[in-house]
Ligand binder design. Structure first.
Ligand code: GDP
Ligand code: IMO
Ligand code: MG
Length: 427
């Protein structure tokens, strides 16, 4: 099973970090293909907890080569501090590979992110403020700075000047901020060049060779399907393709090489930032999900918005990603409810709708239609097999599988590596 994609099926924070780490032991390469340090992936190994933002979760598995692909936007200061943080905890990070074609997030991108959000006021996206949108905008606008530019000072200077030309006009004339001096940015970026050099590689060549040699390559998505720039709840999305196709463009590996696409699916739903969320709860149940599930952002520390499971979204994720499997996470969080509501369809302007509406207006009007599944009260965190689960928890999983359109091949019953029920092996 050479190449697998693992991605978020909802609005992010489904537990991708844990799932990637779990597979890490049997995988040769783990590749981030999009996003940047807007991601927050928590991995719990024994009594140690790690919060990763830019590095692939495979960095914690000794035999695994972690790769940052061309589709990622890289804040070099964040990358170096994440690496040194792990080194201080005894993790060997020397195998990391960084694509020379990945774009850099510079201080002017983070500035632009913050001033744009402030300018949008009540219409803001609620971004993580990490410069993600502006860095991708520059990439598409063909004024981005790439990792490889760090090794040619004259090209780097020209590119930074070109990128700042227009932005400084905006900053000074529209946002009433001081212009940013190109020389200061160039100097800062050059300061990272030597430290990053050992990691820089032609990652598409490395990865294609690895796949051809039968090595196991895992592509780890950031964010989630509904935050995808094309297939998400635009404009309340991130600025990259978090869906499966992003793995091909963001790593330079063709679709014919991908064997399996695993959607990480939380047993309920959460979202951070602005935008529509049909099953969102504003009552004690929402508060309980937040408390029991520890639903607080790893990157920004914001409380996550919480709601019941939404099967319309899960079916949509199956469709736009071509999912072959689901990894259902956080089932343990639902222990204790007498009955658990699950959204099976929406009511939009008096009509029942089974599929995610493509119109933004309709999605904003969507009201959840619930089915109520019988709950369970037994502790499930020690369950090792599906048969160990109480009957009603089994019924919940089976019902979600039937509604979502792909088999559930693993179930998370706690944050730790070992707190997982594996039904079908992934590798
Ligand atoms: P990611 O962004 O998709 O990697 O997810 P986050 O790390 O942002 O959020 C998921 C949270 O749920 C983390 O705190 C994980 O440690 C935790 N987690 C993952 N799987 C499970 C599970 O099955 N049960 C419980 N209780 N927690 C889990
Ligand atoms: P992981 O990988 C949850 C959200 C932000 C905001 C929108 C745009 O941990 O699942 P951006 O800074 O990307 O321009 O913000 O996307 N967002 C996430 N929400 N999990 C994430 O990553 C996210 N990354 C971005 O809250 O609504
Ligand atoms: Mg997260």
């Amino acid at each position: 099973m050479p190449a697998l994609v693992l991605l978020g099926a909802q609005w992010g924070d489904e537990g991708k970090g844990k799932a990637t780490d779990l597979l890490g032991g049997s995988v040769d390469y783990v590749v981030r293909y999009q996003g940047g340090n807007n991601a927050g992936h928590t991995v719990v190994v024994g009594d140690q907890k790690y919060a990763l933002h830019l590095l692939p979760s495979g960095i914690l598995s000794p035999g695994c080569v972690p790769v940052i692909g061309n589709g990622v936007v890289v804040d070099p200061a964040v990358l170096l501090s994440e690496l040194s943080g792990l080194n201080e905890r005894g993790i060997d990070t020397s195998k990391l590979l960084l694509s020379g074609n990945a774009h850099l997030i510079t201080p002017y991108h983070t500035t632009m992110d913050k001033v744009t959000e402030r300018f949008l006021g009540s219409r803001k996206i609620g971004t993580t403020g990490r410069g993600i949108g502006p860095a991708y905008a520059d990439k598409i606008n063909r004024v981005g700075i790439r990792v490889q530019d760090l090794y040619d000072e004259s090209i780097l200077t020209q590119k930074v000047e070109a990128a700042l030309d227009f932005k400084n006009q905006l900053l000074a004339k529209l946002y009433n901020r001081r212009a940013i001096e190109a020389g200061r940015i160039v100097e800062e970026l050059l300061g990272y060049a030597e430290q990053l050099k050992p990691f820089v590689a032609d990652t598409t060549l490395v990865l294609n060779r690895a796949v051809d040699d039968g090595k196991v390559v895992l592509f780890e998505g950031g964010q989630g399907t509904l935050l995808d720039i094309d297939h998400g709840t635009y404009p309340f999305v991130t600025s990259s393709n978090a869906t499966a196709g992003g793995a091909c463009t963001g790593a330079g590996v063709g679709p014919t090489k991908i064997d399996r696409v695993i959607g990480i699916l939380k047993a309920y739903t959460t979202r951070v930032g602005s935008g529509p969320f049909p099953t969102e709860l504003f009552d004690d149940d929402g508060e309980a999900l937040r408390r029991i599930g520890g639903e607080r952002g790893v990157t920004t520390g914001r409380d996550r918005r919480c709601g019941w499971f939404d099967a319309v979204i899960a079916r949509y994720a199956t469709r736009v990603n071509g999912l072959t499997d689901f990894f259902l996470t956080k089932l343990d969080v639902l222990t204790g409810w007498e009955r658990v509501p699950v959204c099976v369809a929406y009511e939009i302007d008096g009509k029942r709708v089974e599929e995610l509406p493509y119109s933004q207006t309709d999605f904003h009007h969507a009201k959840p239609i619930y089915e109520f599944l019988p709950g369970w009260s037994e502790d499930i965190t020690k369950a090792k097999t599906f048969a160990d689960l109480p009957k009603n928890a089994q019924g919940y999983v089976k019902a979600l599988e039937d509604m979502s359109g792909a088999p559930i091949s693993a179930i998370g019953v706690g944050p730790g590596r070992t707190e997982t029920i594996e039904i079908n092996s992934f590798v």
